[in-house]
Design a protein around this ligand. Structure first.
Ligand code: PHE
Length: 413
């Protein structure tokens, strides 16, 4: 409907067939948790900024970007799944919510700054559980070096300085080779330069991780913190890596990074340079450092949450009592309209807001004769600040079912 508009951050935008942004998401856009000084996300930003004192810091870029900025500038292929409406939030064909802080790499490099940090809220359609939320915060960091002999000498000196600094005991870092056949340097790069930049990246991030986690996480149980580097793939870096931290019995991914694709620097018109970039997930790190058990809590306006924190201080979160869970299942036959799991999660999120803790697909089935497909989802309704009655959960669940029928033409089983 071309005469419809959606209001985003005080501005009206025309909607079209691509529009899939929901009111539950729109409400998050002006919260700016990373700029609240006492909020864990704000504190983490300032701690990381002070770890990189010579870097320029940015934290005020609008979440509304063009798909060109979010994807094309970073060499995402035309058919990359991240571009689809099932993965990303679109305002319309021409505008979307950034899915990562890398969306600002080109414009930031184009300012001429050679080492910078950029913190922002990012948005992705995703599953619902304790560590996934469709709105979260990332910090992008990047540094580029001159490829002149002087620049490379500085890089080598910096590597020696960082390596000397990295001497602590209660952290075990599992490393991998900087460059391999499956994680190659870029054809345009001198392999020696690429190797040195990758080394600088790893040393810089290991030193940040030691600074943030040293003596904190895991220390209580007397166990060392375990960190591992793994080979990764991003369309805009090569070689690429991910870093995971062992937390509550699971490896939790906290960042992605790599040597910046030369085409990104070319688009920013930065000549004769080579460098690295990383993007880290602030919620994941804050959950570990503060022992915050559920990612929804970051958005809580409850004083029992907010009043536990002070600017610049990392303290252990004391959970207020957990209220009982209320599980409700819904089983239905699909119509000819497609329904992605993320569509279902967004519908639930938009109906029940933060009263939904977890959504699981528990059954998917196609009838052998009729070829009709059915789905069964289990929704866990739980409030973080009161005991939800069965009647209240029923009201929400009925609304979910009504919208499911209306928007996706499903037939309840
Ligand atoms: N933008 C990537 C993500 O969100 C992380 C990343 C940043 C990877 C910078 C490489 C370089 O997953």
């Amino acid at each position: 409907n071309s005469s419809s508009f959606v209001k985003v951050l005080g501005q009206d935008y025309p909607t079209d067939e691509k529009t899939n942004i929901t009111s539950a998401i729109i409400e998050k856009l002006d919260r700016r948790l990373h700029l609240q000084p006492a909020h864990p996300i704000g504190t983490l930003r300032t701690l990381i900024e002070s770890h990189f004192p010579s870097f320029s810091s940015y934290s005020d870029f609008s979440p509304v970007v063009t798909p060109a900025k979010n994807f094309d500038d970073l060499s995402f292929p035309e058919d990359h799944p991240g571009r689809s409406v099932t993965d990303s939030y679109y305002i319309n064909n021409d505008l979307m919510l950034r899915t990562h802080t890398s969306a600002h790499e080109v414009e930031t490099f184009a300012k001429g700054v050679r080492e910078w940090l950029l913190t922002a809220d990012v948005y992705r359609r995703d599953e619902i559980d304790a560590s996934h939320y469709p709105a979260f915060h990332q910090m992008e960091g990047a540094r580029i070096f001159d490829t002149s002999p002087n620049g490379i000498r500085e890089l080598e000196e910096d590597n020696a300085r960082l390596a000397a600094h990295l001497q602590r005991s209660n952290i075990v870092i599992e490393d991998i080779p900087h460059i391999t056949a499956t994680n190659p340097h870029q054809p345009l790069h001198d392999p020696k330069h690429s190797e040195l930049v990758a080394q600088n990246l790893k040393l810089s991030l290991n030193s940040l991780i030691l600074d943030l986690f040293g003596g904190r996480a895991g220390a209580a149980e007397g166990e060392p913190l375990r960190v591992r580097w793994i080979e990764a793939y991003f369309p805009f870096t090569s070689p690429s890596y991910e870093v995971e931290v062992f937390f509550h019995g699971k490896w939790l991914e906290i960042l992605g990074c790599g040597v910046v694709l030369q085409s990104t620097l070319d688009r920013a018109r930065v000549p004769d340079s080579i460098g690295w970039a990383f993007g880290l997930g602030l919620e994941r790190i804050a959950m570990i450092l503060y022992s915050i058990p559920d990612i929804r809590l970051f958005w809580s306006q409850d004083p029992r949450f907010l009043e536990q924190f002070a600017p610049g201080v990392i303290n252990t979160f004391k959970p207020f009592s957990k209220y009982p869970a209320c599980y409700k299942d819904v089983s239905f036959w699909l119509s000819d309209k497609s329904l992605h799991e993320n569509d279902f999660c967004d519908l639930v999120r938009d109906t029940a807001g933060d009263l939904v803790e977890d959504v699981k697909l528990i059954d998917a089935f196609t009838h052998p004769k009729t070829q009709r497909s059915s789905r069964c989802f289990r929704i866990n309704y739980r409030s973080m600040d009161k005991s939800l009655t069965n009647e209240e959960a029923n009201v929400l669940h009925e609304q979910v079912i009504a919208r499911l029928k209306q928007n996706f033409g499903v037939e309840i089983r």
